[in-house]
Design a protein. Structure first.
Length: 475
């Protein structure tokens, strides 16, 4: 079920009042049923995969906690890893590895076509797999006591606001809330509606509008000039941010209606003055997951500088592969790994500043230069993220090298800068107000007018156009 659809708004309009009409003893089961309906609306067959992950990790968590035998603990952790990563690997990467080995085997006149399977990728499988794995790993590390309530754990895995595209919640944060199921306060509803409104504005009016232009140009890049291709790349950087941060806003807003507070997943990443800072603000739940469960497990920065850079690169390469079964995603991750390693070498023992404070024109100018350089580096990586293959990516790079502006230059620049300005304006307002629900800073008459205008155009757009799936649904 898509957030940017009328069926979701109807679904939400039914779930919220019924949830509060029920007694507390039935609310957990009701939310489980709603979450399974939400996910099964796309394809009910894949509910079995969520159920398998839920059963395996619930049992594994209890067994790991109860046994004092280190070998047995590792056995049950391995069982959890094997089940979850096995399911993820089969559905997401089976054909990818077959294709990759086919090129190698062709040199020896061996064909692997018969191994190809018509496998559908379950929506959000990477997200709920990482979420359930964090539970068993935290229990294994002694950071978390497993729950004795299967319904509570089942809801933790399948909680519909963040089921298919995050944020990737840790059990230590979300599970206690599920166990209590607190009643939403009036402030929760106010913040929830503000986040829902901002999220819909980002996704429907910015993300989907940019997405249609981007899809049109990237489908046949040879028909477009260098400037048009550059505009498409810039608009994709706007699209993916508006799309994903919009989803996160909607997810957090929806959860607040139920009294649940999800973590922030974005924190103005395009206002970063370094790649390190960018990754502390972009897809925060994934960044912290990769750091805590992969980078640190590999040794982190505890085994010398060379090993630190190897661990960093390995983490980012696997992070790239997590995003999609295509070598272009691996290159995307490799570029970010290279950026991070180089920045760590330049930075040395110094720590990066998390916030910018205006001191004088000179420092502001330096900040702007760093910000522009960071965004240009990120923009290059988005090319490999968006391009369907290396041929398309290098074709576009070739067009950038042999630049041609073509006609309608002012119109193209105007379109590009308009969307960049809108997303930058939202981020600056969000940053200066120190809240993602910044609309609540407005006085009530102005606030209600903004709500009315935004929802009028959002609903009108949804009525006239087929809703575009969220980009991260494919991951």
């Amino acid at each position: 079920m898509l957030f940017n659809s009328f069926i979701f708004l109807i679904f939400l309009g039914v779930v919220i009042p019924v949830y509060y009409l029920l007694s507390k003893r039935y609310r957990t089961w009701f939310l489980i049923a709603c979450s399974y309906f939400f996910y099964g609306y796309w394809d009910w067959r894949f509910l079995s995969l969520i159920l398998v992950s839920t059963l395996v990790d619930f049992i594994a968590g209890k067994k790991i906690y109860k046994t004092s035998n280190v070998r047995h603990k590792k056995y049950f952790l391995f069982l959890s890893l094997l089940a979850n990563l096995g399911i993820l690997g089969f559905f997401k990467y089976f054909n990818f590895f077959v294709d990759s080995f086919q090129n190698l085997s062709a040199a020896f006149n061996v064909q692997l076509d018969f191994l190809h399977l018509n496998v559908l990728l379950p929506v959000g499988i990477s997200f709920y797999t990482f979420q359930t794995l964090s539970y068993t790993i935290d229990v294994y590390r002694g950071r978390l006591e497993p729950t004795d309530s299967f319904p509570d754990f089942a809801l933790y895995v399948a909680f519909f606001p963040q089921l298919v595209a995050g944020p990737i919640e840790r059990a230590v944060h979300l599970l206690p809330q599920i166990q209590k199921l607190p009643v939403a306060t009036r402030q929760d509803f106010r913040e929830g509606f503000a986040l829902l409104t901002i999220g819909m504005f980002k996704k429907v009016l910015i993300g989907d509008t940019c997405g249609r232009i981007v899809d049109h140009i990237f489908s046949q890049p040879s028909l477009y000039t260098s400037l048009e291709l550059f505009m498409a790349l810039v608009l994709f950087s706007v699209q993916i941010y508006a799309d994903f941060s919009g989803y996160s806003n909607i997810a957090r807003g929806t959860a607040k209606f139920l009294g649940i507070h999800l973590i922030e997943n974005f924190n103005q990443p395009y206002l970063s003055a370094s790649i390190t800072e960018f990754w502390r603000r972009w897809h925060i739940s994934l960044s912290s997951w990769l750091k805590d469960y992969l980078y640190i497990s590999l040794g982190g920065n505890r085994r010398g500088k060379l090993r630190t850079y190897v661990n960093l690169m390995t983490t980012m390469l696997l992070g790239g592969l997590w995003h999609g079964a295509n070598w272009t995603f691996v290159v995307w991750g490799g570029l970010h790994g290279t950026y991070l390693a180089v920045h760590k070498i330049i930075l040395g023992q110094k720590k990066t500043a998390e916030r910018f404070y205006y001191k004088n024109p000179a420092t502001f100018f330096i900040f702007l230069l760093k910000l522009i350089l960071t965004n240009l580096l990120v923009l290059l990586t988005w090319l490999f993220f968006r391009a369907p293959n290396f041929q398309a990516a290098f074709f576009i790079i070739g067009r950038f090298v042999h630049w041609e502006s073509g006609e309608n230059v002012s119109q193209i620049i105007t379109i590009m800068l308009t969307f960049v300005f809108v997303i930058a304006f939202l981020d600056i307002v969000e940053y200066s107000s120190s809240t993602h629900a910044f609309l609540l800073k407005l006085k009530k008459p102005v606030l209600y007018a903004v709500y009315a205008v935004v929802w009028y155009f959002v609903l009108l757009y949804m009525y006239q156009a087929t809703p575009m799936p969220f980009i991260y649904f494919q991951f």
